[in-house]
Design a protein around this ligand. Structure first.
Ligand SMILES: Cc1cc2nc3c(=O)[nH]c(=O)nc-3n(C[C@H](O)[C@H](O)[C@H](O)COP(=O)(O)OP(=O)(O)OC[C@H]3O[C@@H](n4cnc5c(N)ncnc54)[C@H](O)[C@@H]3O)c2cc1C
Length: 343
């Protein structure tokens, strides 16, 4: 049985571990803090790029495949663990400014359902998941399949011997395995040190606000520019988000709160007098062009990465895991994966 060490227990680490366990591998996940408390927890769980037509093919290839796989993943998680990730095909209404004609043409060409609604565009098949529940379900599934998760275990160094990774030096001692997979999100580059080579992943902060209504105040996700409202089934409503280059600083700011409140109330006036239930920030693993790195290290044959999914890590997760496992197993890929290679 092949043994794997997965570094980082966010959506990408847990989904990678789940797929490796399903194929019969042995898996240990090492997590610096607690499972699923970083970017994957902080995100909105929209299962689509915000405006698909604005992104390059390299992003949409992974995103569209992930979108087509997510429903089945959510169902497996629910059936296997009893925890509901609240996969909900609620649709997304995109409001102007937008190039309606270009958007319609792109959607039609790519088989994405679209309907004009007033001066906006409704994408009825866009779904959402509820991140904290998705992560709880993934964790339960990994443990049910026999995976081991070690929390409060920070990997300090990837130690190389004779052209291969020999072990990981961590705050809980050394760990070794046949294969090592970096899924440390915004921290991936720092963790790898000199082994990162030209890997370009850095943190970009996103802030969110949470509200509560008795019943969902909107039937769909509503998006205008960079600001969106995400209605959960139980009446919670998320308002996001910012995009800030603030290093590894996860603080929330009054400026962001004001900006989001103002933009949110313009979309949904009922927000004006509503108390903010919670305000948080997360660090997206940002990469140039929003294109993640998925694959084998160019010099260390037992070191892999699945990181840098920037704004769409949850959306891309099933497809990104598929690409990584095909690479590890030497099996055919569903499409050209050269844009994701570790160079
Ligand atoms: C505000 C906001 C809104 C978002 N909205 C969406 C959305 O609607 N849809 C979507 O698809 N995506 C969204 N995203 C992006 C998405 O959340 C990320 O792309 C995705 O969660 C990245 O997952 P990850 O597992 O790579 O990283 P993370 O979830 O950050 O996990 C990395 C893990 O690695 C651990 N780690 C780091 N260093 C070490 C170390 N040295 N040793 C051990 N463990 C370590 C960390 O503690 C962490 O738990 C959003 C992000 C934010 C912040």
């Amino acid at each position: 049985m092949k043994s794997n060490l997965v570094i980082g227990a966010g959506a990408l680490g847990l989904a990678t571990a789940e797929a490796l366990l399903r194929q019969g591998d042995d898996v240990t996940v090492l997590e610096r803090g607690l499972v699923g408390r970083e970017s994957s927890w902080a995100g909105g769980g929209i299962l689509s790029p915000l405006c698909l037509w604005d992104y390059p093919d390299e992003v949409n290839r992974l995103a569209l495949r992930g979108m087509s796989q997510f429903g089945a993943l959510a169902e497996t998680l629910l059936q296997s663990t009893g925890i509901d990730p609240e996969y909900n095909r609620c649709g997304m209404l995109v409001l102007p400014p937008l190039d309606m004609q270009a958007a319609m043409t792109w959607c039609t060409a790519h088989g994405v359902k679209v309907q004009q609604q007033g001066d906006g565009l409704l994408l009825p098949d866009v779904a959402q998941a509820r991140n904290p529940r998705l992560l709880q379900a993934l964790r339960a599934r990994v443990e049910k399949l026999g995976g081991r998760i070690v929390e409060q275990c920070e990997v300090g160094e990837v130690v190389v011997n004779a052209g291969r990774v020999g072990h990981l030096a961590t705050t809980q001692g050394n760990f070794s395995a046949d294969a090592y997979i970096v899924t440390a999100g915004a921290w991936s580059k720092v963790l790898l040190g000199a082994h990162a080579l030209k890997l370009d992943i850095k943190p970009i902060r996103g802030q969110m606000l949470l509200f509560k209504f008795d019943t969902p105040p909107l039937p769909h996700i509503v998006l205008q520019g960079d600001v969106y409202l995400i209605p959960r089934r139980d009446g919670h409503l998320l308002l996001g988000s910012t995009r800030e280059d603030a290093g590894f600083d996860k603080s929330t700011t009054d400026e962001a709160r004001e900006m989001l409140l103002q933009r949110g109330a313009a979309l949904l006036p009922a927000l004006r007098d509503r108390p903010v239930v919670k305000h948080w920030a997360g660090l997206r693993p940002a990469s140039p062009g929003n294109i993640p790195t998925i694959g084998r290290h160019p010099q260390l044959p037992n070191l892999y990465i699945n990181s840098g999914h920037f704004r769409y890590g949850v959306t891309m997760s099933p497809a990104a895991v598929e690409v990584l496992l095909n690479t590890m197993n030497g099996t055919p890929q569903p499409f050209d994966v050269s844009p994701y290679l570790w160079r």
